[in-house]
Design a protein around this ligand. Structure first.
Ligand code: GDP
Length: 288
């Protein structure tokens, strides 16, 4: 099975971004620090047509700090500027104007040498739904901004949002869709809540998430739920993961009549806690 998004959405979003590119100096590409590749549109390079770009790993407060470091190294090796932020508290966002100025230094220096006073850098935030675009815009603006039509196709009456003296943001973020032929990408997005688990199947999504979490984050996970179960390993892994789901279900009262565990309910609960960071910080993919 593969998930197909209505291709019309992507075509419209792409056209809108290409119109917006004419107005700006640089792009701020927002990805989810827990899954920086799965949460980006694979056609991003083509869509941005060589515009200078910062890659901002948002929700870094929820991600595994060690893995985030590996991602920063990965992007650096690709010659891209990337850094982590937490848009919900504003941690790290001061780097954005600083890094934009560095990125555009050659252009700015050229203007200065010609005696032109450089105007504020104009930037566009792009990213998939739920990655934190609105949260970041509000943080950068220092106030609650009414974004015009957070949907592709709505480009009327665009405004510039001032961020200090040196930067302006377009008030309509560019929306990109994740695209995946690879089901694992879909599952990672569903585990972190970027797409609804119901699009796939709640139990399958929780199973996928637990397979990863119990492998790489067993200690904090076991502690959180005070589990008696052992860490799943080897050929019995699928059964052992289901047993863990059942243990959590029993502990949290996800029971149907007859005393059986309501697995779907237990899985919904596990996913909610995972997304809210209650199981500790975790990443869903690593570069190496
Ligand atoms: P958009 O669809 O890209 O505009 O995403 P939103 O700005 O609406 O954010 C989606 C959800 O992620 C909201 O519930 C935000 O509160 C949450 N969020 C955004 N940034 C962060 C962050 O850095 N850390 C955490 N923990 N949550 C965030």
């Amino acid at each position: 099975m593969s998930i197909q998004w209505f291709p019309g959405h992507m075509t419209r979003a792409r056209r809108q971004i290409q119109e917006q590119l004419k107005l700006i100096d640089a792009v701020i590409e927002l990805v989810d620090a827990r899954l920086p590749l799965s949460s980006r549109n694979p056609m991003i390079d083509e869509i941005l047509q060589g515009k200078p770009r910062l890659i901002v790993l948002n929700k870094a407060d929820l991600a595994d700090g060690e893995v985030t470091k590996e991602w920063l190294d990965y992007f650096k090796k690709q010659g891209q500027v990337a850094f982590p932020v937490d848009a919900s508290t504003g941690t790290g966002i001061k780097e954005i104007p600083t890094q934009l100025k560095l990125l555009l230094k050659a252009k700015i220096d050229k203007q200065i040498s010609k005696g032109i006073n450089p105007r504020a850098i104009r930037a566009l935030i792009v990213g998939i739904p739920n990655v934190g675009k609105s949260t970041l815009i509000n943080r950068l603006a220092g106030r609650s901004v009414a974004l015009t039509g957070d949907r592709p196709g709505v480009t009327k009456g665009q405004q510039w949002i001032k961020v200090g003296k040196e930067m302006e943001l377009l008030d309509t973020p560019g929306i990109l869709w994740p695209k995946f032929e690879d089901m694992n990408v879909g599952y990672r997005l569903a585990v972190t809540g970027a797409i609804k688990a119901e699009i796939l199947n709640v139990e399958d999504v929780a199973f996928f998430g637990l397979k990863y979490i119990t492998k790489y984050y067993w200690g904090p996970f076991k502690e959180r739920f005070d589990l008696q179960s052992e860490q799943p390993t080897g050929s019995n892994e699928p059964d052992e993961i289901v047993e863990i789901m059942e243990e959590i279900g029993r502990k949290r009262g996800c029971i149907v009549s007859g005393g059986r565990v309501d697995l779907e309910k237990a899985c919904g609960l596990i996913l909610r806690e995972l997304r809210a960071g209650k199981l500790g910080r975790f990443s869903m993919e690593a570069p190496y």
